[in-house]
Design a protein around this ligand. Sequence first.
Ligand code: CUA
Length: 328
Amino acid sequence: MGSRLPLFPDQASTFASEVDALYLFLVALTVFFSVLIAGTILYFAIKYRRRSEDERPPTIEGGLALEFTWTIVPFLIAMFIFGWGAQVYFRQFRAPDDATEVWVVGKQWMWKVQHLGGQREINELHVPVGRAVKLIMTSEDVIHDFYVPAFRTKRDVLPNRYSTLWFRPTRTGVFHLFCAEYCGTKHSGMVGSVYVMEPADYQQWLTGGRAEGSLSEQGARLFQDLACDNCHREDGRGRGPRLEGVFGTTVLLDNGQRVTADETYLRESILNPGAKIVSGHQNIMPTFQGLVTEEDLIRLVEYIKSIGPKVEAPPGETAPAAATPTQR
Ligand code: CUA
């Protein structure tokens, strides 16, 4: 379909045919019932029209079977649509574990993209065909919305938190990227292009523009520059909690609650350290609000994600690679 039917954008991700099938089903269903109802009204209006001035229609008492039918049939149709839609939605909501992660920062009025290797782009996103790509997105100002029609997916990009979006491109090419949430004067100009490339070309592209090192390497430097390592010590004797291996784990807080140490939690703990105090620690960390940019936060988060747990080396062996920052 796609290019042959000019009303539809290209189909360029695994979601495209799923979303289009659901959409076309809804259109067909709507057309079917619209025609059925309009046709029935017309037919009855003619068939049961008043034929003379003194005609008195018979009293109708209602039909139980009929009422059950027109209640149960729409209910079943609605539940079928709900089940189908939920299936498509959940597939779009949960990114596969092996997805390539890319950071996106929206601001009035541009998209800033950062790859894990340190490559940056503005209003452009280069991805390999056939691989799952997960975007971790935030905004520097107002709400934006990352939308690629050819991939049939979009997600709001919010300030003060990270939202994710994933897709698996099915063909190479250049596809439109839009902001789908009104965000000010130049909202309509907040557009860009997604370049879906052959894996070899993508590797070639990746080798350019990484002078500053990978995001986690940049984060490691920043971690030292900001003196985070004074308190967050690897040996666990610092005044702050140990950060090695914390990412993705469940953290017990001093109020008894538990939180998952995801990107949003790490971000909040840098900007508003008092919000969630790790059990056994004091509220002594200063806020870094205003001292670090959105990009700095991404670097720090990537650094913390990259430091795995310090594994004790068995006697006679050297420490395994898990202790060194690895690129995820
Ligand atoms: Cu950003 Cu609309």
